[in-house]
Design a protein around this ligand. Structure first.
Ligand SMILES: [Zn+2]
Length: 426
């Protein structure tokens, strides 16, 4: 299919983007083939009249857990048992796959055209990625870690992550995951907010440094990157010293940590969305203890301070929502972009650039997507008003285009209760 997008205002997604008027953008199949002065309809191309709306690159979400819905559940349910049960038979695996496909579609309809799946059930995220690539389902481009590597008692151990008992086993787990078709390796190096039992100790180091190194070596030998869940300064140091390429979440950095980021060419993937409910909600809503909320605040502040310090030091900072966590749905990437503006002190332009081209580059696909340039994949969004003036317009895109395929008036079924709570923090 060939389309000529006319009468729109173009935002390229680049760092210095300005609204561009008087241009038309042509797509042929999945590619952008021209951005040129708009002199009318083009023979052989179906015209898409944008009627003054804004055309920009689709959003890139660097951190999602596709199987999770984001619906808050009061009971701290035993994820390990639930996942074990659900992945035990072909029928239940098909049910999980249907859930993953449903959530991937919701993400796409909300304007996310690329996402990094940062731990799921078995290799199901990879299967859904492949179905999306073949055009069998409506899905963003998925860069999948499939399962992660953790340690006994570590974050998501036994549910979305294998447990390694030694450095050799960490390497073996990494090989098994990458042999199974993962695009990126995910490690769980520290605990999470809800794992911590002691006040003041979120993100306790769980994975020994030699495990981290062994697993990173396996991925790097294959030319693949390593992302790691890290929520304490000690964890960030261990991750960077042993080869991790992207620090997921982050923690309050010192000069040594910033030096390591630079020396290793690593990036930070900030995730303000999942930390916010633990830090700022009434804790009865999330079923957190006082200690968990106290730790949640440390993690929230750590993520924000890490992002700010990295930006100041010229270290790339990307964004992810951690969707699947309580209150974090698959259609709320726009909130993360807005939180980044609000809490990290950047302007709307830089937030948009981060959520598109910079995120794509951090994910390793910046040459193919993330900005509107001739030759790139036609992953795009149409907005009713100028997002540089108000990022809130990202909430309901008028159109989503994934690899050239158009979804007009995309619909997402939203959970009203979650919308109401989160809208307090716009
Ligand atoms: Zn996560």
């Amino acid at each position: 299919m060939k389309y000529a997008y006319r009468n729109g205002i173009i935002l390229t997604g680049e760092e210095d983007m300005e609204p561009l008027q008087g241009l038309r953008l042509l797509t042929d199949g999945d590619r952008i083939v021209a951005i040129e002065p708009d002199s009318g309809d083009v023979p052989g191309y179906e015209t898409v009249d944008l009627q003054g709306k804004y055309l920009m690159p689709g959003l890139v979400n660097l951190h999602v857990h596709i199987p999770g819905s984001g619906k808050p559940s009061k009971a701290t349910s035993d994820t390990k048992t639930v996942v074990k049960l659900l992945s035990s038979t072909a029928l239940t695996r098909r049910i999980i796959q249907a859930m993953v496909e449903n959530n991937a579609k919701a993400a796409l309809m909300s304007g996310v055209t690329t996402m990094r799946a940062m731990a799921g059930v078995l290799d199901i995220d990879g299967k859904v990625r492949d179905r999306g690539e073949k055009g069998e389902i409506a899905s963003p481009r998925i860069i999948s870690a499939n399962m992660a590597v953790s340690v006994p008692g570590g974050h998501m151990a036994g549910s979305l992550a294998y447990e390694a008992h030694s450095a050799e086993e960490a390497a073996a787990c990494a090989r098994r995951i990458l042999d199974g078709g993962a695009d990126v390796l995910k490690l769980m190096i520290t605990g999470g907010v809800m794992d911590a039992r002691v006040k003041g100790e979120p993100g306790e180091l769980k994975m020994p440094p030699e495990y981290v190194k062994a697993a990173c070596d396996v991925a790097h030998e294959r030319g693949l990157k390593v992302a790691a869940h890290v929520e304490s300064p000690e964890g960030v140091r261990v991750a960077l010293e042993n080869g991790v390429d992207t620090i997921e979440h982050g923690a309050k950095p010192d000069a040594e940590i910033l030096r390591l980021f630079k020396e290793r060419g690593a990036a930070l993937v900030a995730t303000i969305s999942p930390a916010l409910p633990y830090a700022l909600f009434d804790r009865s809503l999330i079923g957190a203890t006082e200690a968990q909320q106290f730790n949640g605040r440390i993690v929230f502040d750590g993520i924000v301070e890490c992002a700010k310090a990295c930006l100041e030091a010229g270290i790339p900072v990307g964004l992810g929502t951690d969707s699947g966590c309580p209150y974090i749905t698959h259609y709320d990437m726009w909130r993360e972009v807005n939180y980044f503006r609000k809490y990290c002190g950047v302007d709307a332009r830089f937030a948009l650039y981060t959520a598109t081209l910079r995120n794509a580059a951090i994910a390793g696909v910046g040459d193919d997507t993330g900005s509107l340039r001739v030759g790139k994949c036609a992953d795009m969004l149409v907005l009713r008003s100028n997002p540089l003036e108000s990022l809130g317009t990202l909430r309901n895109p008028a159109m989503v285009i994934r690899a050239g395929k158009i979804y007009k008036n995309p619909k997402v079924k939203k959970v009203e209760k979650i919308e109401q709570e989160l809208d307090k923090y716009l």
